[in-house]
Each structure stands twice: as C-alpha cells, then as structure tokens.
Design a protein around this ligand. Structure first.
Ligand code: ZN
Length: 190
C-alpha cells in the first residue's frame, strides 16, 4: 500500500537535496501531488493478474490469439524514470480464452510498479501460463526508456525490444514466425 506521509517527506527532502526552495509557490503542493500520483503509477502492486485472467471462456479452437500494440507506461527501477511503449501478446489456447481487455489489464498489473523491461516481459508471460494454462504464450515489448534518452546515452526514439516465450513457443519456431507475420500484417499501422 502507498504511504502518502512517507512519500511527501521524501519528496520534500529530495527537493531540498537538489537545492530547491520547498516553500515556493510552484512546489508547495508538489509533495502531496506526487504522493497521489504514486497511487496510480505503482497501483499494480495492489492488483492481481489472477483475478483478470481467471475469467475465461471455453473454446474448441486452438488457433493463436494475438493482441498487439497494447500501450503501457512503466517506471524503471534503476532510475525511477518512465519507460513506455507497446506490448504484443500471443497465446495458443488449450480450451479457454480470456476477453481481450484482460490481456491489457494484465500488462497494467505488472507495468504499474517499479520494473525492468526484461522482468515485465517475463512476468506477463508467466501470469498467462499460470492463470490461463494455454499451450504456450509469447510476449514481446518494445519500449523507449527515458533513463537512456533523456540522459543522452542513446538517441531519442531508440527502442529496447524484449521477448519471452513459454510452452509450445519455446519448441516450435513456426509459431514464432506466424506471430511475426501477424505483427507485421499489411494494411495496419505500425
Ligand atoms: Zn533506468
């Protein structure tokens, strides 16, 4: 749970630390504002992917389900700066599917906390496997990290791409190929 008191104290100290005057008008409400914002940015810690992914429907088909371009915003745990981009998810159902909005909700659960992109990618894939029991799952994330672009190490716009494969995606390269075909399907904006 978010401790507003602690965050407000910490923000005041931080502002003093960078040489700011915490009593000036523009900063007066900043500690409280940041504490409230933290509830939203890190709210994933109080959410549970199991709740979203356990609402399944029965299906006969075991055709690949793909949801691409799920926009997300997360926070790098090394610098507490944003990283954000798109998540693409594919899974092979084993008798059940979830509503597509639940995949986006699952991304939010893990994105809305301090994260590393590699870990975020793996956690989403593991949650799909654990709570939906598909035959396999693949998660790919493309993101821009402010800790790399703002600080000038890389050019703005450069993307970090990570992928996690579970189940049949680990053993059948043809599935991964068909995922990439769906990802780059024509007539759709990328
Ligand atoms: Zn970072």
């Amino acid at each position: 749970m978010i401790d507003h008191e602690k965050i407000e104290q910490a923000v005041r100290l931080f502002l003093e630390g960078i040489g700011e005057d915490v009593s000036r008008e523009g900063l007066r409400d900043t500690p409280e504002r940041i504490a409230r914002m933290c509830g939203e940015l890190y709210g994933g810690m109080d959410d549970d992917a199991a709740v979203h992914l356990s609402k399944t429907f029965s299906v006969d088909s075991s055709e690949m389900v793909t949801e691409r371009d799920i926009t997300f915003y997360s926070t790098c745990e090394h610098h507490i700066l944003p990283f954000y981009g798109k998540a693409h998810i594919a899974y092979i159902p084993d008798g059940k599917v979830v509503g597509l909005s639940k995949l986006a909700r699952t991304v939010e659960v893990y994105a809305r906390r301090l994260q590393l992109q590699e870990q975020l990618t793996g956690q989403i894939a593991d949650a799909l496997m654990a709570y939906m029991q598909p035959k396999g799952a693949l998660v790919m994330i493309e993101a821009e990290h402010m800790c790399m672009t703002m600080r000038g190490i890389r050019k703005p716009g450069s993307k970090t791409v990570t992928m996690a494969k579970r189940g049949v995606f680990e053993t059948d390269p043809a599935l991964e190929e068909s995922f990439f075909r769906m990802l780059h399907a024509e007539g759709t904006e990328r």
